[in-house]
Design a protein around this ligand. Structure first.
Ligand code: ATP
Length: 367
């Protein structure tokens, strides 16, 4: 069942600037949907329209069978958590979490028990009787999340709830948010620009850019089968390598990709060949992730591009290799990763460019 339906929803400021531009999206009941994209792409505006904190300029918003476009925020059954969930300073963590239940007329003992149950999931049960000022940033954010979710909203919205926490706290709370979402099975829309949060938490990710949707899919689909070059480039670290090539299908139905100074031919029984055979004579953008890369003195030139190692960076568990291929790339170098144990092949402890050796070959991984 669809819990939230956005139908060509737009938000314009000053009558012309479209912060959100004809966005259509369905979020299923119980789904954890992550809105991912760079700063200013319209994620927060979209979330605020769902919450009713921002008017919808055009299009329609539906919650199940209820038209919600003009529904007052209080009638939406929506709970929202921001970067810094504000708490009542003179109430303990437990009292903060219980508060919405007491306001709704619930019995105090029952409300306290519910707060205790949630605190276990969020791992703040030991801190329940403390005041907010005695809690860490991560604990305060857990209390804010608990307070937002305790009334079991129809829809739970979170806007970068981890962005003000340090790295360790962020990882911990991310796991708790994931556990809570699975336990409570509440429909959630979660805004972030952090790809790890998106990949680890989402049932599906919506990638946004300039007020529009670029891509929607499961983390696996968006990572391995991105809909656009932008989406491919937004996920993955180091960044995916994007290259421009023309497609040729030979008499024997072999597909070859011509990169200008180099070309490769793909194996005949191959998913990539099947997709590319529809593009004979056309130009395509080819994506290769940084692990589609091997170091070798030479290689099968027909199936790999090769290039000259320009620079190496030591990153502890791996080396990052910057390679000049002389092909038409959307980023300046091909960036590859090499496990640390392979480093001797790259010239021992030399962390800088090795201008003459070695040759690099790399495999195409994604299209
Ligand atoms: P961030 O990750 O930085 O919060 P975002 O993807 O959430 O970015 P929004 O906050 O939704 O982006 O902003 C989308 C665009 O709309 C931005 O260009 C922003 O400057 C603009 N915008 C947001 N609120 C207003 C406003 N009240 N008046 C005018 N423009 C606005």
């Amino acid at each position: 069942m669809t819990a939230i339906r956005l139908d060509a929803v737009s938000k314009t400021y000053d009558g012309h600037y479209a912060a959100v531009n004809e966005v259509s999206l369905d979020v299923a009941a119980g789904e954890f949907m992550v809105l991912l994209g760079p700063s200013g792409c319209g994620k927060t505006t979209l979330l605020r329209m769902i919450a009713g904190l921002e008017d919808v300029s055009a299009g329609e918003l539906w919650f199940g069978r209820t038209k919600a476009t003009d529904l007052p925020p209080k009638e939406r059954g929506v709970a929202l958590v921001f970067q810094n969930g504000a708490l009542y300073p003179n109430r303990t963590a437990r009292q903060n979490i219980m508060f919405p239940l007491l306001m709704a007329g619930e019995d105090a003992a029952e409300a306290s028990a519910k707060a205790g149950g949630l605190a276990k999931v969020l791992r703040i049960d030991a801190a329940l009787d403390r005041l907010p000022r005695t809690l860490s940033g991560g604990q305060r954010q857990r209390v804010a999340i608990g307070r937002a979710i305790v009334r079991r909203p129809r829809i739970f919205l979170m806007d970068e709830p981890l962005s003000n926490l340090d790295a360790t706290m962020r990882t911990e709370l991310r796991q708790e948010i994931g556990a809570m979402a699975r336990d409570l099975n509440v429909t959630t829309v979660y805004v972030t620009h952090d790809q790890i949060e998106a990949l680890t938490l989402a049932d599906r990710i919506t990638v946004m850019r300039d007020g529009r949707i670029e891509d929607v899919g499961t983390p696996d689909q968006v990572f391995n089968d991105p809909a656009t070059a932008f989406s491919a480039g937004f996920l993955g670290s180091p960044r995916i390598n994007l290259m421009s090539a023309s497609v040729r299908v030979t008499a024997h139905h072999r597909v070859s990709l011509d990169f200008g100074s180099q070309s490769i031919s793909l194996p005949p029984i191959d998913r990539r060949s099947m997709i590319l055979s529809n593009h004979d004579g056309g130009r395509v953008i080819v994506g290769a992730r940084s692990d589609a890369f091997t170091v070798a003195a030479d290689g099968d030139a027909s199936e790999h591009l090769s290039g000259r190692l320009r620079a190496l960076e030591f990153h502890g568990h791996q080396w990052i290799a910057f390679v000049e291929c002389g092909v038409d790339m959307l980023n300046p170098d091909f960036v590859g990763v090499v496990p640390t144990r392979r480093a001797p092949t790259l010239g021992g402890r030399n962390r800088h460019a090795a201008p003459h050796v070695p040759m690099i070959k790399k495999r195409m991984s994604a299209l």
